[in-house]
Design a protein around this ligand. Structure first.
Ligand code: KIV
Length: 279
């Protein structure tokens, strides 16, 4: 079990400091994110876009999620590990959702699951929590249903949608979630929700007034070049640097500059002599 538990995360609402959460999809990145002291590692279904090359998160399957969660869990020592439930793994019925959620804990080493939605999924959250599965909610822009929300755009600028998101956050908290992600909503709305719900809010494109912040690690490192949302701060711009390194490798191999003697093994003279003598 992780050092950081859902109970610790809940306590941070009152005690601070702000909660940090980042995504990881494999062992190497999970080890680095964990070693950096990040509180929560999310195996987001964003892996569908940034790792698997899908156009959206919709095609991601349970088996793909579990495969990546298992790899990540081998690299995590202290952070709370949250697995993202993929589209249609929790919408069919609370019982179906329970079976799928339990696999994240039993088969993939996760400590909790995350699912998208508010009022509509509250009965599902209640069922999972009752069975002992910690749940993180996710309201506002919910990427799995982005097309019915008008695409990847800020949500809750108009009164009707803002009220719906507010009610969604309250429903998620009342259903027993230990925290809730607020994605792509105006800062004023996230301040209101953060004040009104008794669980920590973790924002992504929701301004500075949340109890914590989450980003997709590949965005933060500048590894995903297809699209960078306005709310992303690129702490590194790795893609061009990686591209340069790969080109240099190609150039050096073609020029005979790689590998050097220092990068090679010696000590094979006797064996080679013997083979030559036999032939
Ligand atoms: O899938 C994901 O990475 C997420 C985060 C953006 C919160 O849901």
């Amino acid at each position: 079990m992780a050092d950081i538990t859902p109970v610790h995360i809940r306590e941070r609402k009152l005690q601070g400091p702000p909660i940090t959460m980042l995504t990881a999809y494999d062992y190497s990145f999970a080890s680095m994110v964990d070693a950096a002291g990040i509180d929560i590692i999310l195996v987001g279904d964003s892996l569908g876009m940034v790792v698997l090359g899908y156009d959206s998160t919709v095609p991601v399957t349970m088996e793909e999620m579990l495969h990546h969660c298992r790899a990540v869990s081998r690299g995590v020592k202290r952070a709370l590990l949250v697995g993202d439930m993929p589209f249609m793994s929790y919408q069919v019925s609370p019982e179906d959702a329970l079976m799928n959620a339990s696999r994240f804990l039993k088969e993939a080493g996760c400590d909790a699951v995350k699912l998208e939605g508010g009022v509509d999924v509250a009965p599902v959250i209640e069922r999972l929590v009752k069975a002992g599965i910690p749940v993180m909610g996710h309201v506002g822009l919910t990427p799995q249903t982005a097309s019915s929300l008008g695409g990847f755009r800020v949500q809750g600028k108009d009164i009707e949608r803002a009220r719906a998101i507010y009610k969604d956050a309250l429903a998620v908290a009342e259903a027993g979630a230990f925290s809730v992600v607020l994605e792509c909503i105006p800062s004023e709305l996230s301040v209101l929700i953060t004040k009104e719900v008794d669980i920590p809010t973790i924002g992504i494109g929701a301004g500075p007034g949340c109890d914590g912040q989450v980003l997709v690690t590949n965005d933060l490192l500048g590894l995903y070049e297809k699209f960078t949302p306005k709310f992303v701060r690129k702490y590194l711009d790795l893609a061009p640097k990686i591209n340069q390194a790969l080109k240099t490798f190609k150039k050096e191999v073609e020029a005979g500059d790689f590998p050097s003697l220092e990068e090679s093994f010696s000590g094979g003279e006797e064996a080679v002599k013997a083979i030559r003598a036999q032939n």
